[in-house]
Design a protein around this ligand. Structure first.
Ligand code: AMP
Ligand code: MG
Length: 404
């Protein structure tokens, strides 16, 4: 063992330092079918109005409001996609269906329930209002309007509106290509039986899920041994194709911890130790070619918490999201959140409702090896370093992972 030479950096400073060095990747055009969950790279402007024509909201009759109370000849029909031909003569009505074009000359639509039909004539109600029962040109969107803002995550409605304006594809932020690697001689693949002293490589699967959820296109490198040359060969090869490298394990100060020296030799290590619990050995480096590397600690909770604090916001910045951080909500603590003297701590909690409040319960032992402290957690409570902490009953802003 040797003492680490890396300065211990404040957790917020380290997060800012990482984000400052994260590049925003380019823009690519993506077919609508593949846009869900991704981020729009440019503002989307409406080239034409929606609706583009006066469109009936109901099934009924289109006519002039000034013909209220009269019996009108039915001069034809306007169905969706099959408009009435020409101008509606005065003293006449056109049968109209939902989505049909309100004919020129007509200024209102009467619901079929409100008229009396006699052969090819209809008697309409005694009082009518011009403009009723149809959508005017531009009611939903006017030509030139900004429909969606760059940085927005695309869900069903956003993709729907893009399609409604005729777009077949959209300019999106490119997804980061991330090479993912676990390190450690003790690791075995899931599906195999560990020998004495061996454990399953669980970080790979946890981080693969976390990376995908954050929008990354992941290339899984598998398990690297605690041997410098083999590790180096794997990483150098993987970086040819990757925007970012994410490793787990091998960043503490044991003699088998090889990731920091490797990153030193390939680029510049900016963060080597953080005043963070869990996750003190978190390592961040920039590499030639606008690439970055995140060396996450091996303990399962440490790797996922440092992912949340450093990697997820970075991946979102790379893609061009306008929001990089998890949302926060005020939660009332149901436990005494004890602080760590010299490190910011992210404590894992579950949430439940009590009246209007969200109440946070600890997930139990916060050991960095105990993945059960994070499994099923709804939020992270950030407890500043010092001797204060938060007493039960205190309301704090928590980072929301999932709502109950
Ligand atoms: P390290 O950071 O390599 O010293 O690892 C710290 C602890 O995390 C050790 O107990 C490792 O066995 C464990 N660990 C490292 N990598 C993984 C992994 N991929 N999956 C599960 N546990 C791991
Ligand atoms: Mg190790």
């Amino acid at each position: 063992m040797r003492a680490s030479t890396y300065p211990l950096i404040d957790a917020d400073e380290a997060a800012a330092l990482v984000l400052d060095r994260i590049p925003v990747l380019g823009v690519e055009r993506v077919a609508l079918a593949d846009c869900v969950g991704r981020v729009l790279a440019e503002d989307l402007m409406a080239e034409s109005s929606l609706p583009a024509f006066p469109s009936s909201a109901v099934d009924g009759y289109a006519l002039r409001a000034s013909d209220a109370g009269k019996t009108l000849r039915v001069a034809g029909e306007s169905a969706a996609g099959r408009p009435f031909d020409g101008v509606l003569p005065s003293g006449a009505a056109a049968r109209i269906l939902t989505g049909g074009v309100v004919p020129d000359g007509a200024d209102c639509v009467v619901m079929v329930e409100d008229v009396q039909v006699f052969g090819d004539a209809v008697t309409v109600p005694p009082s009518l209002r011009a403009g009723s029962n149809y959508h005017k040109v531009g009611d939903d969107v006017r030509a030139g309007d900004r429909i969606l803002v760059a940085g927005t995550q695309l869900g069903a409605a956003e993709i729907g509106i893009a399609a409604a304006t005729g777009r077949a594809d959209l300019p999106l932020g490119r997804r980061p290509r991330v090479a993912l690697m676990s390190t450690g001689d003790e690791l075995v693949e899931v599906g195999r039986t560990p020998g004495r002293g061996q454990i399953h490589d669980s970080n790979r699967w946890a981080l693969l899920a976390a990376l995908r959820e954050a929008g990354a296109d992941v290339h899984v490198l598998g398990i690297a041994p605690d041997a410098p040359d083999a590790l180096r060969a794997l990483v150098v090869d993987a970086l040819e194709e990757a925007d970012a490298l994410v490793t787990s394990g091998g960043v503490s100060v044991g003699t088998h911890d090889l990731v920091k020296p490797l990153l030193e030799s390939l680029g510049t290590v900016h963060v080597g130790r953080v005043k963070l619990k869990p996750g003190k050995p978190f390592t961040f480096a920039t590499l030639p070619g606008n690439r970055v590397a995140f060396g996450l600690p091996g303990f399962p909770v440490s790797s996922l918490v440092t992912f949340e604090v450093f990697v997820r916001p970075a991946l979102r910045k790379m893609q061009g999201f306008s929001h990089w951080q998890r949302p926060t909500l005020p939660v009332r603590l149901a436990y005494d959140a004890k602080p760590t003297a010299d490190r910011t701590e992210y404590q894992r909690v579950t949430l439940h409702r009590e009246g209007r409040d969200l109440v946070a319960e600890t997930t139990g032992s916060q050991s960095s090896s105990r993945l059960m402290s994070l499994a099923g957690a709804h939020a992270l409570v950030r407890v500043p370093a010092g001797d204060q902490g938060f007493k039960a009953g205190t309301v704090v802003e928590a980072l929301i992972l999932a709502l109950p």
